[in-house]
Design a protein around this ligand. Structure first.
Ligand SMILES: Nc1ncnc2c1ncn2[C@@H]1O[C@H](COP(=O)(O)OP(=O)(O)OP(=O)(O)O)[C@@H](O)[C@H]1O
Length: 275
């Protein structure tokens, strides 16, 4: 089942005649799929993610989430976006609220009764491994813990789709690796559709079922690669030849060489490059 359908989407920030930031983007994402958006700085990854999530308005084309139009009328759009959660690089937690209260916040805005939202927030903190930190304020937690709280908050109202914009980009390498393992575990448990923006080739290969590579001017999809590595993936997968083959293939696509055809499996990569 299709979860997100992006059809001929364009985006320009100025009046017509301004060069578009997004050319014509077509992307279909299946329910429960983990898709990484990879590309160099300024190619339009964040703009695409924000347009899917209704934070930016598309200049042309259509987007649906679970069959509901994000680009159509207000009521349909509201319903579509009710099924979307966000995690940004900046956690945006309220500094005066505890971890539990921050996670419960989206439920409070949806008028969920206090006992129910506290129970659900507790469950989500447990999912991200932070039950012990429920009463901590954001400044009492590490950067990695704060991002895990942000993930728990995004999952609190059980959205089908999670849009993540470089959620671990500001963290040190070791914390980032640990959180990638954590995120995989959470995803395997919760099975959301995830769109994950990153600059990191290895992060994309480690996490994703599919890596969509973008290039700039205008932002466009130049490669779409299925990552056929068994789950659950451990850190040791990064030392395998298959992993290296995927990273090489994606590096070539980022450099503008040998863009692989849509959903080309990696084993063809070597032949393609030498063709
Ligand atoms: N609100 C805005 N107004 C005008 N231009 C914008 C706006 N937001 C983004 N842009 C431009 O759109 C282009 C794509 O930006 P975007 O942030 O989507 O790229 P990105 O691939 O996510 O980059 P990065 O990896 O550095 O975050 C850039 O040239 C940026 O300057």
């Amino acid at each position: 089942m299709t979860s997100i359908a992006v059809r001929s989407v364009t985006k320009r920030f100025g009046p017509s005649g301004t060069p578009p930031v997004l050319g014509s983007i077509d992307l279909e994402i299946g329910a429960g799929q983990f898709v990484a958006l990879l590309g160099s700085s300024g190619c339009g990854k964040t703009t695409l993610l924000r347009t899917i999530g209704g934070l930016e308005t598309a200049s042309g084309g259509t987007i649906t989430v679970d069959g509901r139009s994000v680009t159509g009328g207000a009521s349909e759009r509201r319903k579509a976006l009710a099924d979307v959660g966000f995690v940004f690089q900046e956690h945006n937690l309220l500094p005066w609220r505890t971890a539990l209260e921050n996670v419960a916040l989206p439920l409070q805005s949806r008028k969920v009764a206090k006992a129910t939202r506290t129970a659900k927030a507790g469950e989500m903190l447990e999912l991200v491994g932070l039950s012990h930190a429920a009463d901590k304020l954001p400044h009492e937690m590490s950067g990695g813990m704060r991002q895990r709280v942000a993930i728990a908050r995004a999952l609190a109202y059980d959205p089908g789709v999670l849009l993540m914009d470089e959620p671990f980009g500001a963290l040190d390498a070791q914390t980032r690796d640990n959180l990638n393992l954590e995120l995989q575990r959470i995803w395997l448990e919760a099975r959301k559709t995830v769109v994950f923006v990153t600059h990191s080739i290895s992060e994309a290969v480690f996490l994703a079922d599919r890596v969509v590579v973008m290039q700039a001017q205008p932002g466009r999809v130049v490669a779409d690669v299925t990552i056929d590595l068994a789950r659950s993936r451990g850190a040791d997968v990064m030392a395998t030849p298959e992993f290296a083959r995927y990273t090489g293939l994606l590096r070539d696509a980022l450099d503008g060489h040998d863009a692989p055809a849509l959903n080309d499996p990696a084993p063809n990569a070597t032949e393609e490059k030498s063709a």
